[in-house]
Write a protein that binds this ligand. Structure first.
Ligand SMILES: [Zn+2]
Length: 336
């Protein structure tokens, strides 16, 4: 079987003709396989959805329990059949429950990795290398300039600033699913044991992480109405980036604006966003993780999507690996 007969791009998303299903479709379809819970990958309104237990739970929490007609959980490593096509979910290391999906039929195996990272993250199952004929990789940070420092070093810089400016609130922007919980956990692993104050938009997902055994320590609501402004001096407050434009963010004493994102590698971007303390913490692979992974899968062909396709396609060609951009539309990752 030829690869393009097993998976091909369609306006709705990546389609499998023999299995009659889509992977991460951006429009409502009859049957969807979903890699993870970020909103550009996990949309409501499909007839049937197959995903990991955690991704299904997260979709229910974010989109409402009636987000799909029917759901089917897929355990990591378990092979299921959809219209005779074998599909297996493997950990992607991106956020809790995130999966790569291996699709196998007629002697051809394609792995659609969704979003992924390789570096250790206590809030997500570690990425698993799956050998395949064709590997579909993201390219969010697909330029050699993107090399993420160890997240622990970024958290150490944050804690140094907290110690240095005890009269100020450290206000950290972090996406609601994945990044916020990772920052909480990194703070705990660095020995920070005081309460972490969180915006209301983070409560549901953070509670869910805790219910799945990921210890985030004591979390308290960051509501200024109930106390005086001075209450949050010396506090670490985490909120979604969108809340930084709200009145909510201006209520804290002399807030010191931080933002946890792989994009903080670009100084100009931090400056434009008024970020005083940029934290380069990413849930996506950097350039080295992308190129290492392409090699590790042993794939003879690479399809590149979600981001800086050109540089990665060029790199593959220089290595003698066939590669092409997939040109899927509708993905603007909310997770970094
Ligand atoms: Zn994502």
């Amino acid at each position: 079987m030829r690869a393009k007969d097993l998976l091909c791009p369609r306006p709705e998303g990546l389609y499998c003709p023999p299995g009659d299903f889509f992977i991460d479709p951006v429009q409502p379809v009859a049957r969807a396989l979903v890699t993870h819970g970020h909103s550009d990958h996990a949309r409501s309104g499909h007839g049937a959805v197959m995903a990991t237990r955690e991704t299904l739970d997260i979709m229910g929490l974010r989109c409402g329990e009636d987000f799909a007609g029917t759901t089917q959980p897929a355990a990591f490593g378990e092979t299921l059949h959809v219209n005779g096509v074998a599909v297996t979910f493997h950990p992607a290391g991106h956020v809790l429950g995130s999966a790569q999906i291996a699709v196998e039929h007629g002697g051809m195996r394609i792995v659609a990795s969704g979003d992924y990272k390789r570096i250790p993250d206590a809030t997500s199952e570690p990425f698993e290398v799956v050998s395949c004929d064709v590997f579909i990789t993201e390219a969010t940070f697909g330029l050699p300039v993107f090399r993420h420092p160890p997240a622990e070093e970024e958290i150490a810089r944050l804690l140094k600033s907290v110690a240095q400016f005890p009269e100020r609130t450290h206000l950290i922007g972090a996406y609601a699913l994945g990044k916020a919980q990772r920052v909480m956990r990194l703070l705990r692993d660095a020995g920070y044991d005081r309460p972490i104050y969180i915006h209301g938009a983070l409560t549901t997902i953070s509670d869910y992480y805790q219910s799945r055994g990921i210890d985030l320590g004591r979390l308290e609501p960051a509501t200024v109405e109930t106390g005086s402004k001075g209450d949050f001096a010396d506090a670490v407050v985490i909120g979604p980036p969108s809340a930084f434009q709200d009145r909510w963010a201006r209520r804290f004493p002399d807030p010191l604006s931080c933002f946890a994102s792989g994009w903080m590698r670009i100084r100009q971007r931090a400056k434009q966003g008024g970020v005083e303390l940029p934290l380069i913490i990413s849930d996506h692979s950097d350039w080295d993780e992308l190129t290492d992974t392409i090699r590790d899968t042993g794939a003879s062909e690479i399809w590149v999507t979600h981001g800086r396709e050109e540089a990665l396609v060029r790199w593959c060609e220089l290595q003698g690996i066939a590669a092409r951009p997939l040109n899927l539309v509708g993905y603007e990752d909310e997770g970094d």
